[in-house]
Each structure stands twice: as C-alpha cells, then as structure tokens.
Design a protein around this ligand. Structure first.
Ligand code: FNR
Length: 365
C-alpha cells in the first residue's frame, strides 16, 4: 500500500514497531488531552478560498535565516531516531535534505552531529538543546555544532524536567541496549537506560541532568558562547514572547511539545496568533504540534508562522520505510500544501494571511 495520508504512514509504523516504542512516540503527558487537542485544533480554522486567481505556478519556497527551503517546513527535534530505524538521524537527515526541509537535531540524537552533517552535507540543520546541569558539556556541543555547519540553536524551555508520561511509566520505559545519546558523555546519558517498575528512564534521566534553576538571566551565558541565531522552543504566551524579545532571542517556536510536557496547555494553533502579535513583525515565529496535513501547514502560515515543524509523522515514515519513508512524509506535506494553495486561490506564501481562515464552528454575530 502506498500511503496517501500521514495517518496511513502512522498505521504502517504502528504495525511495525514494538508496542513500548510506539507508546514512547505517541504518548504524551497526563491524560494526553493536549496531545489530542493539537491536531483537532488546526481543523477549527476553516479555509476561505478565493476564486478566479491565476494559480498556474504556485510557489511555497522560502528562506529562513538565510537558507533556502522547498517549503516553510522542517523536522521537529526528537530524541533517539534509532528507536524508529537503524539508520537513525542519518536517514532523517537524508530525507530532510532531499525534501528541502529543515532538520532540527535533538541534543539526544543517536548519531553524532558530525555524522548527521556528513549524511546530508547540503541540508539545513539546526541543533536543539536542553539546558543541562553540566554547562561545559553544553558549551562543547555549541562549539561542535558551529564547526559542523549547524545554522541555529533551539533551546527548549518547556522542560525543567520531562513530563509525566503515563504510558512510559506503565511500560517502565528505558532506552534499549545500544541506544545512547551519541553527542554526550556516557555519564550524562546512562540514566535513560535504567528500567524500574513504575518509572520512566527518560523522566528519571531528565531529573538527573536537566537544570531546573535556569531563568531568563542565564540566556546571556548561552548567547556569549555563539554567534548562531538562538530560538526558544516551548513559548505559549504573549508575556514570555515579549520577555524573549527583551532578552535578544532571534526566533520562537510556539509549541506544547506535542502534549508531552504540561497536559492542559492549549493547542499551539490557539496561541500562535497571540505570540505572533506580541513580537516584532520580522522575528521568525515557528510552530509545531499536531500538523497532520499540508492544509494544517497552510493554516499555521496564515496565522503568522514563518515555518512549521512536524514531529511524530516523520518518525512514522522512518519506522516503516527508513530515509525513503521519512522523505515520503515530507514530500506529501509539501504537495498537500501546494494543493491547498492552488485550490484556495493563494498561490504565494504572501497570500496566506489571516483572511485565508475563519473560525469553525462560526462565532455568533
Ligand atoms: C519529541 N519532542 C522533543 N522536543 C525537543 O525539544 N527535544 C527533544 O529531544 C524531543 N524529543 C521528542 C521525542 C519524541 C518521540 C517526540 C514525539 C517528540 C517534541 C517535538 O519537538 C515536537 O514539539 C512535537 O513532537 C510536535 O508535535 P507532533 O508533530 O509530534 O504532534
């Protein structure tokens, strides 16, 4: 079966993956309310098509921090792609580069930053960081990322610790033997492989290694160590968006971490406009969470995002088809975006503004 939707990629992945790994990918915090709300919320914005527009040459190419992308899209940072496929992040890097998509590499990648760069030298890559207690390890990673051609840093700020993910607790989830965070010393990663009844190795590891004391004042420390653009991922309010701008951040990723951190936070699509409106017009605001169709990408752009990131669907493609599967997921998203642009009479990204959307159900007059 050739998958025609992202959901069909998901079904193929679920059939292939061990249940505990599927649960780690799909699972989220608490009652998983936020995780369920994410995809549904995009569809609460209906599309307002314009007609009799020349749509013969739609164009969704874009530039982000000086790099060309085939569409305003990318792979969200996700730990341990090796859980999906033995080629791990090297396969994802080839897929992203082939599809002209950005790849945000997680600090918990299972391949080194250098191996990932080598796998797809022409691709656009950023590095995502959690703030570790060991600042020297963090500084060393930043230096390596610069040398290996990573083009921006994404500091994830919604995770003083990993959220309480019940599926992982029930499964006593821990990294299987041989799976490690390749860019960190063993002493900084081994906790994630410890399986104990009723506990999650991933959560315990985060308690050991993440620094929960970090505040806005600490950003200056990171800033001093790099000339790369710095984005914050996990901002959900206008208040924090304004603070981020005051602290000299170069961009934001509006994200509830796919519902994996604080259950009960709003779907990213519901707060995207609030964040966009709180920052200068030229500050790139990205978004992720629950994008499951190119039309969702069009909705994100119409609400003011400069680009959108996709998480789980890329792992689905990777799980059932390696680099080709992940590439198919990204290509499908881009084709669906172009289809949406053509059929809604909005052939350029500039045409995708808030007039492209209306709330659903319609609000009372
Ligand atoms: C994640 N996410 C994540 N985020 C981050 O900043 N660093 C990380 O290491 C990870 N790891 C991770 C692993 C897995 C298996 C998943 C599913 C997610 C969160 C990710 O970047 C993104 O915010 C969400 O996954 C986006 O939602 P969707 O597209 O998965 O619904």
């Amino acid at each position: 079966m050739v998958p025609l939707t992202l959901a069909e990629h998901g079904a193929l992945a679920e059939a292939r993956l061990p249940a505990v790994i599927w649960d780690f990918f799909e699972g989220a915090a608490g009652a998983e309310w936020t995780a369920r709300a994410n995809p549904d919320a995009w569809r609460r914005h209906v599309l307002r098509p314009r007609v009799l527009v020349d749509v013969s040459a739609p164009d969704c190419t874009t530039e982000l921090f000086g790099d060309r992308l085939a569409a305003p899209y990318g792979v969200a940072p996700m730990a341990y792609h090796g859980l999906a496929h033995p080629d791990a992040e090297c396969a994802t890097a080839r897929a992203a580069a082939g599809a002209g998509a950005l790849l945000v590499v997680s600090i918990f990648a299972g391949r080194t930053l250098e191996q990932i760069a080598e796998a797809a030298p022409d691709g656009t890559r950023w590095l995502q960081l959690y703030w570790l207690r060991d600042r020297e390890a963090l500084a060393a990673l930043v230096a390596r990322a610069e040398t290996a051609g990573y083009r921006a840093l994404v500091l994830t700020v919604d995770a003083p610790k990993v959220g309480r993910r019940l599926r992982d607790l029930r499964n006593a989830f821990a990294l299987p033997p041989g799976m490690t965070a390749a860019n960190l010393a063993a002493r900084l990663t081994s906790g994630a492989a410890r399986s104990r009844a009723g506990r999650s190795g991933i959560e315990e590891h985060s308690r050991e290694q993440f620094d929960p004391t970090v505040t806005w004042a600490d950003l200056a420390w990171l800033r001093r160590r790099t000339s790369l653009p710095l984005l914050l991922k996990g901002v959900l309010t206008a208040e924090d968006a304004r603070l981020a701008v005051e602290h000299g951040v170069d961009g934001l990723v509006v994200s509830n971490h796919g519902g994996r951190q604080l259950d009960g936070t709003p779907p990213a699509s519901d707060v995207l406009a609030e964040v966009v409106d709180a920052v200068p017009a030229d500050l790139p605001v990205l978004v992720d969470g629950g994008l499951r169709h190119g039309a969702d990408l069009a909705r994100a752009l119409a609400l003011g995002a400069r680009a959108a990131l996709v998480g789980r669907p890329v792992l689905w493609g990777l799980a059932h088809g390696g680099a080709d599967g992940a590439r198919a997921v990204l290509d499908l998203l881009r084709e669906e975006l172009l289809d949406t642009m053509v059929l809604s009479g909005r052939p350029t990204l500039a045409d995708l503004d808030r007039s492209a959307l209306a709330p659903w159900p319609p609000t009372a007059p």
